[in-house]
Design a binder for this molecule. Structure first.
Ligand code: THG
Length: 368
């Protein structure tokens, strides 16, 4: 089923929308009240190209929250269980953000400029309101706002080759989840080695909307011989790789342990981050359910619009939250939340899809 999206000021364009539309986007979703492309040629054709070449993605929807002021670090460390005390100013950290019950509010990437200035690159929830509320409520000396910054991702095996042509060979020196500020024309942007795929690549944090299209055009003219194409986070590739999608694979109803993010929940001694008591209680017992890779038998399935129940006998033991047919692995791949008694690799389950029941098997790990 396809629908028209009605455009208005409330559904925000991005600095790259002119480029995206001129190059033939065919599907959009809405994320942080902004347009996020989902399909160019087809999800399968986009997938094949992403895994072979290089793509430029308009991921402006990864909005930034800037924390700026003397109490910025104190506020950051209130927001997340992850210990930020050893984070260097050229690092990016994937951080769970939880509420007072330990429920996931967002799973952003944090970018540290220095102790007094941070960006939080958010997934799809109104985290700005939570951060502003905390800052005001605690009386912290910090400004919290959304700056005019729009990430553009370069993803795929030829990402280094394309980025070198635009930013120079210095791009090869950027390590995974590190960043450098690199010149472009009369501006300079933070460039990190990161992105929402497992194919390798970079994210360019474009400051100033007016700089968006010049950078877009520079990447496409430099990348002609690399077969560069516009792309977007790809459903098949991200499920194969086990990249979680906030709102799909986790909500406020899930703890970071359930999401497999326990490795980011080792707080510094004495840290009083929000949700500490709830997470400490759960750390003792361990989660009662957790994210798993699950294969689904049979013909290519239509990706879920709602969670699909996972059944053992006559009991619901979990749910499938994202799924797609994988051409490379010749099976339907999925991300699921599975109860502890049934999460062991090899466990055979049944999934209730809208088109009938299918056999499903819990996997040892994601496909990558
Ligand atoms: N990049 C930036 N901002 C983002 C995303 C991004 N904001 C929204 C969304 N994506 C946030 N969610 C994620 C999920 C996974 C990762 C990053 C952001 C990710 N995970 C790696 C992995 O799982 O292999 C590495 C995590 C680690 O070990 O540190 O990259 O993509 N700017």
């Amino acid at each position: 089923m396809t629908h028209l999206v009605s455009h208005s000021r409330r559904l925000r364009d991005t600095p790259f929308t002119p480029g995206v539309e001129a190059s033939g986007v065919t599907g959009y979703t809405v994320y942080n009240r902004m347009l996020l492309p989902t399909i160019f040629e087809s999800i399968e054709a986009d997938y094949r190209h992403l895994k072979s070449h290089v793509q430029v993605w308009d991921v402006s929807v990864e909005r930034q929250i800037e924390l700026n002021g003397p109490d910025a670090l104190k506020l950051m460390q209130k927001l997340t269980p992850r210990d930020l005390s050893r984070m260097q100013s050229d690092q990016c950290y994937y951080i769970p953000v939880v509420d007072e019950n330990g429920g996931m509010l967002n799973d952003p990437v944090a970018i540290k400029h220095d102790d007094t200035r941070w960006w939080i690159s958010i997934a799809d929830s109104d985290l700005l309101l939570w951060v502003k509320g905390l800052a005001v409520g605690a009386g912290f000396d910090v400004r919290v706002f959304e700056p005019d910054v729009s990430p553009l991702a370069v993803q795929g095996p030829k990402s280094d080759a394309l980025m070198e042509k635009v930013f120079g060979s210095v791009v090869h020196d950027i390590r995974f989840f590190r960043q450098k500020r690199l010149a472009f024309g009369n501006s300079s942007f933070i460039v990190s080695r990161s992105g929402y795929s497992k194919q390798g690549g970079f994210e360019i944090y474009v400051e100033g909307s007016e700089n968006g299209m010049p950078l877009w055009d520079a990447l496409f003219s430099a990348g002609k011989d690399l077969d560069v194409r516009p792309g977007c986070p790809n459903l098949i590739e991200r499920v194969e790789g086990g990249l979680l999608s906030y709102g799909n694979d986790m909500t406020r109803d899930n703890s970071p342990f359930e999401c497999g993010l326990g490795r980011f929940c080792k707080p510094a001694e004495g840290s009083d981050f929000i949700g500490r008591n709830a997470l400490e209680a759960e750390a003792g017992t361990g989660p009662s359910r957790q994210v798993r890779a699950v294969s689904i038998a049979g013909d290519p399935i239509r990706p879920p619009r709602n969670a699909w129940p996972l059944i053992k006998g006559d009991q619901k033991v979990g749910q499938i939250t994202s799924a797609a047919w994988s051409p490379d692995f010749g099976t339907n791949v999925s991300i699921a939340m599975v109860d502890k008694d049934h999460w062991e690799a090899g466990t055979e389950l049944m999934v209730e899809t809208p088109e009938g029941p299918r056999d499903a098997v819990v996997q040892e790990q994601f496909w990558k």
